[in-house]
Design a protein around this ligand. Structure first.
Ligand SMILES: *[C@@H]1O[C@H](CO)[C@@H](O)[C@H](O)[C@H]1NC(C)=O
Ligand SMILES: [Zn+2]
Length: 319
């Protein structure tokens, strides 16, 4: 337990010392079209090496709001008809990922530049909880199957574009009682974007979650940990609370083999054996990370905690 003041001191040092290079929160998205087992679909949107197979139905109510008839690509457009109220959104300058010299220190409170955590952000938990980003994918059902057998619930931070491509997997997540939260529509670093583009990234992800499983999320995890007070204010106006993490499993490094599963499991065992609590960052984007998620669940042991329970047990995760 003596570790905690040390960690707190370290975090404080990272937050206040503007000279320190920020640790880039690792986050990787690995689209592998060859691995997509769903086969041909009606339309394939192709941008660089990213293939999107829109399979979710585009509902009439969304056509009424947006004037569109199909799901957009990664750069979802801002829809002016929704009349988003931008008054009072703080005017912090946009900054690209790792361009932390453009942030305003403690005032803009960037998490990816300096690990600053907002008043309402959820970053810690008094249990060891698993969270999975970047799904749903073709590999998510393997994880769901395990979780169902073990009667366990976890928190999924889904990408709108992945929900568009794997709506039935998303509905299974919902049916099986997991917490569903947004990780934006197209996995962009939000502080790089204009206010309108940020609204679009969050709003379209909410729309597709609502259209596919009838859920409107209350929690939001920024891709790459990219969030500052401008992004927070916009998210809050959409009813979203920021959730980051304090325990990084680095499971995504399994995908490029820069970390072994033994190293990852060893780290999680250290947490477990030392009574460390917190929010673990994991992914359900490949068979490697899914297999790691299952093994980590075995190490952690049974818990029914989701991120919604971290402030107060039983807090609803939907709006
Ligand atoms: C959610 O979906 C319903 C239709 O099922 C629609 O009437 C409502 O406006 C949607 N709300 C949001 C926030 O997407
Ligand atoms: Zn991600």
């Amino acid at each position: 337990m003596r570790l905690i003041p040390v960690i707190a001191a370290l975090l404080f040092a990272t937050c206040t010392a503007s000279k320190l290079p920020p640790p880039p929160p690792p986050d990787l998205i690995n689209y592998d079209p060859d691995k997509d087992s769903l086969g041909a679909s009606d339309a394939v949107i192709h941008r660089s090496n990213i293939f999107i197979h829109p399979r979710a139905e585009f509902p009439q109510w969304l056509t009424d709001i947006t004037g569109l008839h199909q799901w957009p690509g990664l750069d979802a457009p801002y829809v002016s008809g929704m009349n988003f109220d931008f008054t009072g959104i703080p005017q912090f300058q946009q900054y690209d990922q790792r361009h932390c010299e453009r942030t305003y220190g403690i005032n803009s409170c960037s998490f990816d530049c300096g690990l600053c955590v907002g008043h309402n952000d959820i970053r810690h938990c008094h249990r060891l909880v698993q969270t999975f980003d970047d799904g749903p994918t073709a590999d998510t059902p393997t994880l769901l199957h395990y979780l169902k057998g073990a009667n366990r619930k976890v928190s999924f931070f889904v990408l709108g574009i992945q929900v568009v491509s794997f709506p039935e997997v998303f509905r299974s997540m919902h049916r099986e009682g997991h917490l569903l939260a947004t990780h934006t529509y197209g996995h962009t670093h939000l502080p790089s974007l204009t206010n309108e583009q940020i609204v679009a990234q969050l709003q379209w992800s909410i729309w597709v979650m609502n259209a596919t499983a009838g859920v409107i999320p209350r929690f939001f995890r920024p891709p790459f940990g990219g969030v500052d007070n401008r992004v927070r204010a916009i998210a809050e106006r959409l009813g979203l609370t920021v959730v980051v993490w304090d325990l990084d499993t680095n499971d995504w490094r399994l995908n490029d083999q820069s970390r072994s599963s033994d190293e990852i499991y060893g780290q999680v065992r250290v947490w477990k054996n030392n009574g460390v609590k917190g929010i673990m960052l994991e992914h359900d984007n490949t068979l490697f990370t899914v297999a790691a998620g299952i093994e980590i669940a075995e190490i952690v042991g049974k818990t029914d905690y989701t991120v919604a329970d971290c402030n107060r047990k039983g807090t609803p995760w939907y709006q």
